[in-house]
Write a protein that binds this ligand. Structure first.
Ligand code: HEM
Ligand code: HEM
Length: 177
């Protein structure tokens, strides 16, 4: 999985990507803070999709999760088979995953701020969100070039956290449905 240094240097330290990624992270933090502070909340109403009825917040969580689960493998595949598209794919990997983390964060924040009378059993969801934070943090280290000495270790940890995500999401969905 570890990319040769020369190849990696081609994908790191692209200022516009780092700025865009930081902007999405900032928006995510603000949205989560507003939900935690009860300033903003998506009202509870059911939305029917493909004959399945669920709350809007629930569908938002699904959208973010499905994107991450299915789009992520595209990056390693394209990187190896079509290296000439590495840059485009990395942009899609970073921006697409960060927007999905924003969607997942909306689901997370609504769940952990539910009223005491209907509070969920905290468990797999919290592990998943911690994994999301670690994926974003290690991803940001990789694209920004911060902590250059740690890049090799982070380059190993980032896909490892992706494996944690795939393992735990299965248990979370089974618990949720
Ligand atoms: C990375 C993606 C996700 C994260 C970070 C996340 C996070 C959370 C958290 C923190 C909770 C509170 C309970 C707990 O800790 O387990 C929760 C509850 C819930 N999540 Fe997720 N979730 C994600 C994806 C999904 C998906 C795809 C579904 C679709 C089935 C889902 C369905 C639910 C349901 C139904 C509950 C309420 C469970 C209850 O009432 O006990 N989540 N989620
Ligand atoms: C949130 C879900 C994410 C998942 C599941 C995920 C998963 C992965 C995986 C499996 C790889 C290994 C690809 C390979 O070398 O074969 C990878 C590489 C990488 N990811 Fe992510 N990632 C996520 C989010 C992010 C984010 C948010 C960023 C940036 C802020 C990012 C930046 C990178 C970078 C820079 C690489 C290495 C690129 C290279 O060496 O070619 N990732 N990611």
């Amino acid at each position: 999985m570890v990319l040769p240094t020369t190849n990696f240097e081609r994908v790191a330290l692209k200022k516009p990507l780092v700025l865009l990624a930081s902007g999405i992270v900032a928006v995510t933090v603000i949205v989560v803070a507003l939900i935690f502070l009860r300033v903003f909340r998506i009202p509870f109403f059911q939305v029917s999709l493909l004959g399945i009825s669920n709350s809007l917040v629930h569908w938002i969580g699904w959208m973010g999760t499905l994107y991450i689960a299915f789009a992520t493998p595209a990056y390693p595949i394209v990187k190896r088979k079509y290296p000439e598209h590495l840059r485009t794919m990395l942009n899609i990997h970073v921006v697409g995953n960060l927007l999905s983390v924003l969607l997942v964060s909306i689901h997370f924040a609504h769940q952990v701020t539910r009223p005491a009378s209907s509070y969920p059993d905290l468990g797999t969801g919290v592990v998943l969100y911690a994994t999301m934070i670690l994926l974003v943090a290690t991803g940001m280290v990789l694209i920004s070039g911060v902590g250059k000495k740690l890049v090799k270790q982070v380059h190993f940890l980032h896909p490892a956290f992706a494996l944690t995500f795939y393992t735990v999401i299965v248990m979370h969905i089974i618990h949720g449905i």
